[in-house]
Design a protein around this ligand. Structure first.
Ligand code: SF4
Length: 354
């Protein structure tokens, strides 16, 4: 059985360490919104107290998100991490995670992070195409990501890559190039989210001036579908597709493919392709039955049964039924017809994907 990811106690340090603003960012460094090092200990204690008992046995990890942790002053990094040490010593917290930029991870920094209990480092990679990085005002190059990942892995850190699609200058081919280069670096996990036009970000001006147009939701699903399949085939865990939906995000999104259940949309698109592949040689007018793992039923049906309705129409089927196959592995689909059974696993789909 695969180990469950740790339970995260998130501490947001918006814009921490940032000296310039990325094109897509609308974070503000309002001092009273940023948790001071002194507030870290009570915050963790309160978070531990409110953990539901059924989750209390899971590994717990304190995560410093927002901004670029290792671009803060050295003393500030130490001040924050020092506050977690009592919890690490007592075993109430197992490890620490930070997110940062790839060009601020030199040897001295890695040694400091290691000594203070950091296990996981998430790097804001965004893309492995330098022109797209430049146009997004990231201030680092793809080579920084390559070097940072290699050093982190060498030092035994767990490495996560945060990617974005649809930045200015990005194309489907460039996203494929990014994925290929990321896969070569073998991060432990990846997050991908689409570029949204956020109120107050520099990108808002480009969008209002008609210079930038975000991806549509349909394009986003197609790009992410191919990305997810590629990463799964390379055994790289995809921790998340799309940003965590919050009231603030919904309110501040002016344009772009925001969807609260983006991962489900992508999984549904994958199951639609799998079902379509199995139905290709099926005579019209028949009744068919699909079998899948219980956890995949909603992926097969799609939102509001959309997949089944589209398949019925496309293949002229009289009826499509769905049954749970308790013994079937997650990600597989079996088609039962009068003429016999055929099956496919989502890992095989990459050859048939658009
Ligand atoms: S590094 Fe993160 S927080 Fe800092 S400007 Fe870029 S997107 Fe915003």
């Amino acid at each position: 059985m695969t180990k469950k990811p740790p339970l995260i106690i998130p501490i947001f340090l918006p814009f921490a360490g940032c000296r310039s603003r990325c094109l897509f960012c609308n974070q503000k460094a309002t001092p009273d919104e940023v948790l001071s090092p002194f507030a870290v200990r009570p915050f963790i204690e309160a978070s531990l107290r409110t953990l539901p008992s059924h989750r209390s046995h899971r590994e717990k990890q304190v995560a410093f998100y927002g901004g670029s942790f290792t671009a803060m002053e050295k003393e500030d990094q130490i001040s924050y991490l020092r506050e977690v040490q009592p919890f690490l010593s007592s075993g109430l917290i197992e490890s620490v995670r930070i997110s940062t930029r790839p060009d601020r991870l030199d040897e001295e920094t890695l040694a400091r992070l290691k000594a203070l209990g950091v296990k996981t480092v998430e790097i804001g990679v965004q893309t492995m195409v330098d022109e797209v990085l430049l146009r997004s005002h990231r201030g680092h190059r793809a080579e920084d990501t390559r070097m940072a990942t290699a050093h982190l892995k060498q030092e035994g850190f767990e490495v996560g890559h945060q990617l974005m699609i649809g930045l200015p200058g990005d194309t489907f081919a460039r996203f494929q190039e990014t994925l290929d280069r990321i896969i070569d670096l073998e991060p432990d996990f990846v997050r991908i989210h689409p570029t949204l036009v956020l109120r107050g970000s520099p990108l808002e001006t480009l969008w209002r001036d008609g210079i930038y147009a975000p991806l549509s939701l349909e394009e986003t699903v197609q790009w992410l579908k191919s990305g997810l399949l590629k990463l799964e085939r390379s055994s790289i865990r995809v921790a998340r597709l799309g940003l965590q939906p919050t009231g603030d995000l919904e309110r501040d999104t002016l344009a772009g493919p925001f969807h609260p259940a983006l991962h489900h949309l992508v999984d549904s698109a994958i199951f639609f392709d799998m079902a379509r592949h199995l139905l290709q040689n099926n005579p019209k007018g028949f009744r068919v039955l699909f079998l899948c793992h219980p956890g995949d039923v909603s992926n097969l049906r799609g939102q509001r049964n959309e997949n089944l309705l589209k398949l019925r129409e496309a293949f002229g089927l009289e009826e499509i039924s769905v049954q749970i196959g308790e013994d079937l592995p997650r990600g597989s689909l079996v088609l039962k017809t009068k003429t016999g059974n055929t099956s496919i696993h989502r890992k095989e789909l990459v050859n048939h994907a658009n």
